[in-house]
Design a protein around this ligand. Structure first.
Ligand code: GAP
Length: 512
């Protein structure tokens, strides 16, 4: 099965099992907006908790806040979003489809990379054990031609993005013979700038036109509260402020399910530091954040760093942590060295002094900032896409299993009386009553035990606990582990301890 087909099946699975629904579905849906269902919200909340606790509990110098979505409109002028939060947009006149010009070029570059990979595979097959990849890459004429093309297009794109040269962006598309994936033609419009912020009207800001924005990032809510938190929390630099919340962007191209949405959630942390120490802290936070990701156990090889070619208007160093989604390596988290751009501008635009008195250096300064910013929905997709498996079992049956890290799984244990009579449901309810205060458990007595196992596998429940007739005499149950499907007979007294050790958030946090 191709990765594309797996992704299609995963999307359908998300709907069928209550993880993600299209927003406003009964009205034919709203493009690039999604709702989380009964299992999705549990998984999402667990990811949030993992991030929040790793940030705030494991770092004594990081505290959290929850700022409002609506903010004073001047904030978005100070942050540079009104002037510079734009994407280059291009339309194909034949298909009437709209694209991001930079994404069209990046996709073209990815095709060239694939071409090189295919040449390497051909060479490997041809030369067998004597194949020297480095030498092949340095000498094969086809590879050299494709690499030269890649370098040329890549360099032109980086320059055009940095210069904000929209005509050159279009020219690269034309020169590279990039066609519209729908119409197959090169009938492109000019490239135009498109601001991604949603605006709305606030009732009565007297004397102003009342336009306010839905925040496109949560970070600004942190910057404008820097003084409040520093003073009331008596925080000393270096320290951080963390926040989880909704952000809104009017994305031109919203594709790939919940990867790019118009309403999404971010988990952001701004770390305030002494100017001049930013590159050390940048390296430290890169390492800390990668460790957080890898602790989930989705596969170390699925992560890589991608340093930015074009720096955002506020950054002096930036990298993405990319994850290998079914549609390739894509950005999951951004780590940015934001200098004093934001605090400095808020000082200028608000007229308020936003500085830190450093007792060790006996001086005032505007702190520099390292930001870590991860999309919660993308993290959700990373967990689900790497956990989704279609398996053929030894007995010929098939199952779909979500091998979600146990600490993040929506339901930790299913409580299953073997039959609906003979006192087994009552005994099962007793067990449910012991466990439900600490673990999200699901009681299920309908259908055969095999069908019930399949239902729990499909939502990623790590443990199924079956109560049978022997349980009434020996106070033991059968516990079945999701991934191995191994079954053990254990005393009811041990259930709490087993679930605690296997499914608690601590099991992830200790690996950070
Ligand atoms: N405050 C910095 C900032 O917002 P960003 O790279 O634009 O930086 C941070 O966004 C993260 O937010 C991204 O790495 C991504 O995971 C997530 N994100 C951005 N746009 C998104 C969208 N339209 N849908 C879902 N997640 C998105």
């Amino acid at each position: 099965m191709t990765q594309e087909e797996v992704f299609k099946n995963l999307t359908a699975h998300c709907k069928e099992y209550g993880f993600v629904f299209q927003s406003s579905e009964i009205y034919d849906g709203l493009s690039a907006v999604y709702d989380y269902g009964q299992n999705g919200v549990e998984l999402k909340n667990n990811i949030k908790r993992y991030w929040w606790e790793a940030m705030t509990r494991l770092h004594e110098n990081i505290v959290g806040i929850d700022s409002a979505i609506f903010m004073h409109p001047r904030i978005w002028e100070a942050s540079g979003h009104v002037a510079a939060f734009n994407d280059p947009l291009i339309d194909n006149r034949d298909s009437k489809k709209r694209y991001r010009a930079d994404v069209l070029i990046e996709e073209y570059l990815a095709k060239l990379e694939d071409k090189i990979k295919k040449e390497v595979e051909k060479g490997r097959k041809k030369f067998g054990d004597s194949f020297d990849e480095a030498q092949f890459l340095a000498t094969n004429p086809n590879v050299l031609r494709t690499q030269a093309k890649w370098d040329e297009v890549h360099n032109r794109m980086v320059k055009a993005l940095n210069d904000n040269d929209l005509n050159e962006m279009r020219q690269i598309i034309i020169d590279s013979d990039i066609v519209c994936p729908i119409s197959g033609t090169k009938n492109w419009t000019e490239v135009r700038k498109f601001n991604l912020m949603f605006s709305t009207q606030l009732g009565n800001i007297s004397g102003e036109d009342g336009t306010i924005y839905l925040r496109p990032e949560t970070a600004q809510g942190i910057f404008v509260n820097y003084l409040n938190v520093q003073k009331t929390g008596r925080m000393k630099i270096p320290f951080g402020i963390a926040q989880i919340g909704k952000a809104f962007r009017n994305e031109i191209v919203a594709r790939q399910f919940i990867f790019r949405m118009r309403e999404f959630e971010q988990m952001e942390m701004q770390f305030f530091i002494q100017p001049g120490t930013e590159l050390d802290w940048f390296a430290k936070w890169k390492e800390t954040r990668l460790k957080w990701h890898k602790a989930m156990g989705l596969g170390d090889e699925k992560y890589r760093f991608h340093d930015h070619d074009k720096l955002a208007h506020y950054a002096n160093a930036a990298t993405d942590i990319e994850f290998e989604f079914p549609f390739g390596f894509k950005e999951l988290e951004g780590i940015h060295s934001r200098t004093d751009f934001d605090l400095g501008n808020h000082q200028k635009y608000s007229g308020r002094k936003i500085q830190y008195f450093d007792p060790e250096r006996n001086e005032n300064y505007t702190p520099y900032v390292i930001e870590t910013s991860i999309g919660l929905d993308r993290c959700f997709l990373a967990v689900l896409s790497s956990s989704y498996h279609e398996e053929k079992l030894e007995n010929g049956e098939e199952r779909v299993v979500l091998s979600i890290p146990a600490a993040l799984a929506p339901v930790k244990a299913a409580i299953l009386p073997l039959v609906k009579k003979d006192g087994l449901p009552e005994k099962a309810r007793e067990i449910m009553d012991i466990l439900k205060f600490d673990f999200n458990c699901q009681y299920d007595e309908k259908d055969s035990i095999g069908k019930r196992y399949r239902r729990q596998d499909a939502i990623g429940t790590p443990f199924c606990i079956t109560i049978d007739h022997d349980t009434l005499n020996d106070n033991c149950v059968t516990i079945r582990e999701r991934d191995s499907m191994k079954q053990d007979r254990i005393a009811i007294d041990r259930l709490h301890e087993i679930l605690q050790s296997q499914t608690s958030m601590t099991s992830l946090l200790v690996k950070n």
